[in-house]
Design a protein around this ligand. Structure first.
Ligand SMILES: Cc1ncc(COP(=O)(O)O)c(C=O)c1O
Length: 404
């Protein structure tokens, strides 16, 4: 029976609880497992080394962990994917996707070392691609240039929508259509599977920093990839060989956060919409960036590709780096910190922090200015959030009018 999202989030990965006699996901912290039957052990090694999601014995924690695997299945069902594969962080997940492309090349005896990517991306993703650390050549293209930029050597097209930090949207279907046989990776961190399911739109990989909404409480570092079983096999092989495993305690916490994911996303999104309208009226604000706000979604992707704009927004001040720093100093309820997707609200400065590592010219071209602040809206009361931002912005206005 197909369930609604709230029900799915509450019950996914818990289907066997009655059978095994528990009411919370069992937390298995073993690093190694007894191999009483050597034939079974040998067959398990063969299966897991080949990328299987299960085997008779987990053998060793880098090969398999039941708590992690249980959460992966739950996550995959929310993404509408055949499989989910978990990693120690979002960056480990992105690294694994790039390495899974290499695994396929080794199998097919091909060398596809070209990546197409659309900016902006999260700072470390941008930097990982830009410096060529993993041996891929990257071409940065506009969304409508994908088709004619693809070559025989193109291994993947990589996009983020909504993008960090400008909240710009990319039409996933349009990119997939242009990519043809070339896999498309969508970083779905900002939208979460509650608002957007990239695989249903034709993407090959939907990747998350699980550190954000999936964890949701600012206490878990995690990365997730949703994909077909074909790719999951290769992703697990990469994990076994490079060891970017998610800790089972982190998987347990992610699973604990799953039932409240839809509610958290919905409440934070309602708060964000409220703040966007009010922020846009404040005299110190030059521009508010939010999916679907003003003229920012000419293709109407909010409501079609994604069911709502989410709960991250960015503001550009009439002002400078120092003025942005002033606002970050003045807020009391908002935590001045990087990261996003927590129950509590955060505010950060992309040019100075999360996107500091991005090439300055690219940053400027993407509109990541010195007076931009990125805001992750939490689930507090909207009035309290507004009052906090308002007093910080009013104090900036006062400072501008009456310089010290
Ligand atoms: C959109 C996006 N993708 C990936 C990452 C990397 O995730 P992690 O910090 O969990 O490695 C981040 C981190 O901020 C992010 O915002």
């Amino acid at each position: 029976m197909a369930h609604h999202t709230h029900t799915l989030a509450t019950h996914a990965g818990r289907e066997d609880f009655r059978e095994i006699g528990v009411h919370a996901p069992p937390l298995d912290l073993s690093t190694t497992y007894p191999v009483a039957d050597l034939e079974e052990g040998r067959d398990s090694i063969d299966a897991l080394a080949g990328g299987a999601g299960q085997a008779a014995s987990p053998i060793y924690a880098r090969l398999h962990n039941p708590t992690v695997s249980r959460y992966e299945d739950a996550f995959a069902s929310l993404e509408g994917a055949e499989a989910g594969v978990a990693y120690a962080s979002g960056m480990a997940a992105i690294h694994a996707v790039l390495m899974a492309l290499r695994v396929r090349d080794l199998e097919e005896q091909k060398q596809r070392n070209h990546i197409l990517a659309i900016r902006p991306l999260y700072g470390c993703t941008d930097h990982l691609l830009s410096i060529g650390l993993l041996g891929f050549d990257v071409d940065w293209v506009a969304a409508d240039q994908v088709a004619h930029s693809i070559t025989q050597k193109t291994a993947m097209v990589l996009i983020e929508t909504p993008a960090n930090p400008t909240l710009s949207l990319v039409d996933i279907r349009q990119v997939v259509a242009q990519a043809g046989e070339v896999p498309v990776m969508v970083d779905n961190t900002f939208a979460t599977p509650i608002l957007q399911q990239p695989l249903a739109l034709g993407a090959t990989f939907s990747v998350h920093s699980g550190t954000k909404y999936l964890g949701g409480h600012g206490d878990v570092l995690a990365g997730l990839v949703a994909s077909s079983e074909f790719w999951a096999k290769r992703l697990r092989q990469v994990r076994i060989l490079t060891g970017g495993n998610l800790h089972p305690m982190a998987a347990y916490l992610l699973h604990r956060s799953l039932p409240t994911l839809p509610m958290r996303v919905e409440k934070a999104q309602a708060n964000a919409k409220d703040l966007v309208e009010r922020l846009a009226q404040h005299p110190m604000i030059k521009q508010v960036y939010y999916p679907g706000f003003g003229q920012q979604d000419p293709k109407g992707l909010v409501g079609t590709q994604m069911s709502g704009g989410g709960s991250v927004l960015a503001i550009e001040l009439h002002g400078s780096f120092a003025d942005a720093a002033h606002v970050m100093r003045k807020v009391e309820l908002f935590t001045p910190a990087v990261s996003l997707g927590s129950t509590d609200s955060l505010i950060e400065h992309p040019a100075g922090l999360t996107h500091r590592i991005v090439d300055e010219a690219a940053r400027t071209e993407d509109g990541i200015s010195e007076s931009m602040l990125r805001i992750s809206v939490g689930i507090e009361h909207a009035e309290d959030l507004w009052r906090d931002l308002q007093q910080a912005l009013d104090s900036l206005q006062l400072k501008v009018r009456q310089p010290a």
